[in-house]
Design a protein. Structure first.
Length: 445
């Protein structure tokens, strides 16, 4: 049997499950075929609706978790901004003392990097993307997740990490990140009033035989074990069996919907893993997440570093951004390194100028989200006029326009703000010298 879809007039697409079998004579000769056709359209529509609801459930839970962490995140941002403001004042006071002023400016730069890292973690957690599985290094993922956890947890909760593996699993990194954040926010709720210790550990275990756990077939082989343990009040025995049910919660009204652990369980099952819960009332709770190993350790992800070397170059650059401060700083940096730059805070003015003198420019750098016209439309118009000109797309955050969309459009490089000066200079120089830029040169996005 097989499934087929047909586009029917006035009815749209309908799905059918078609079964057929030969009709044979007593001598075995095929005389014809029996056919049974079953309309699957309603079943297909129900499955699609169920998938949409599950996606919405996962996203709702992410927003709930971010709401839980928002106080701690705001606290950390205020600390970072306090440092930036403070060091800015000190730099102004000591402007005639180059050594001291340079040290304060360095501290401002470090604070901006901390803020950038925190934003990236929030976006990673909240991003609504289609699941995409690849080899994920759990050591790197947990290390990154801990940055957000440390920023958002109160000081009366001590956070410990015990990582004894750098194993990789075949997974959707955003969903596994969500699992970690959900389990940790549950621990936060458990210890919020009295404080305690949160321990996150990672190691590898091996199952020598096939097993059954919670009606799930566990295949023998190697697994990564992520354990999240707290020293909160624990979970009583009578509610442990209900803890993974949707909307079951022990939290007060307004403190959460109870979606978190149901979502965690669903994600882990989809990754062919399983989760175990153990708890001792008065002493704490332990969640163990098992995920099948990818078969080979992946490399520990590190931030891309580039040899600065000589980043000077030559050429005329069109710089388009509705934020005056970005134009001012990027233009100054690029001009200091030998480039001629024309900055535009109006995308309409930029496009009109390019139409009038397209050969005046060697490269275009544009923001994505701008009034009057978005960066992707501007890029398309520019590439229609001069298809070979390199275009660099910079975006603060735009979920609907991805790196893949940019490359399909013909954009040469897609980078997320904030962009370090050395990174931008490296990209510009490579595009002007070779017409392309390696992915390894692009900042993580």
């Amino acid at each position: 049997h097989f499934e087929m879809s047909f586009d029917l007039e006035n009815e749209g697409t309908r799905w059918f499950d078609i079964h057929y079998a030969p009709e044979k004579t007593p001598s075995g000769r095929i005389n014809g075929f029996y056919t049974l056709t079953i309309d699957l359209t309603e079943k297909k529509q129900a499955q699609e609706e169920q998938a949409r609801l599950k996606d919405r459930l996962r996203q709702a839970q992410k927003m709930e978790a971010i709401g839980t962490l928002s106080g701690g995140i705001a606290h950390d941002f205020n600390n970072i901004l306090s440092g930036i403001f403070g060091y800015s004042e000190l730099a102004k006071i000591h402007i005639k003392d180059p050594e001291k002023a340079t040290e304060y400016i360095k501290r401002i730069y470090e604070g901006a990097q901390r803020a950038s890292s925190l934003i990236e973690q929030i976006l990673t957690f909240s991003r609504q993307t289609k699941p995409s599985r690849q080899a994920v290094n759990l050591f790197s993922l947990l290390t990154e997740a801990l940055k957000l956890i440390r920023s958002s947890f109160p000081s009366n909760i001590e956070i410990r990490e015990v990582f004894n593996s750098k194993a990789s699993v075949l997974a959707d990194s955003t969903q596994i990140h969500q699992v970690i954040m959900n389990l940790c926010t549950n621990a936060l709720h458990a210890m919020a009033s009295s404080g305690g210790i949160l321990t996150i550990s990672l190691k590898e275990v091996n199952f020598l035989e096939n097993e059954i756990h919670q009606d799930i077939q566990i295949m023998k082989g190697g697994y990564a074990l992520i354990e999240v343990r707290d020293t909160g009040p624990g979970i009583s025995e009578e509610i442990r069996d209900k803890i993974f049910d949707p909307y079951f919660t022990t939290k007060e009204v307004g403190k959460g919907t109870g979606l978190g652990l149901a979502v965690v369980n669903g994600i882990i099952k989809k990754h062919n893993g399983f989760i175990k819960l153990s708890s001792i009332p008065g002493k704490g709770t332990r969640f163990k997440v098992y995920l099948p190993l990818a078969g080979q350790d992946g490399p520990v992800q590190k931030n891309d570093t580039h040899e600065n070397g000589d980043l000077t170059g030559h050429g005329t650059i069109m710089l388009v951004d509705d934020e005056a401060a970005i134009i001012e700083t990027q233009q100054a940096i690029l001009e200091r390194h030998g480039y001629r730059v024309r900055g535009f805070d109006s995308v309409i003015s930029a496009l009109e100028t390019f139409r009038e003198t397209p050969d005046q420019f060697d490269l275009v750098i544009t923001d994505m989200t701008m009034p009057q016209m978005t960066g992707d439309i501007l890029s398309k118009e520019i590439l229609n006029i001069r298809s070979e000109i390199p275009v660099v797309m910079c975006t603060g955050y735009h979920e609907a326009f991805t790196k893949e969309d940019a490359y399909r459009l013909g954009i040469s490089a897609y980078i997320r703000k904030p962009v370090m000066a050395s990174e931008m200079l490296q990209i510009v120089r490579n595009l002007l010298e070779t017409g392309s830029v390696k992915d390894s040169m692009l900042p993580k996005s």
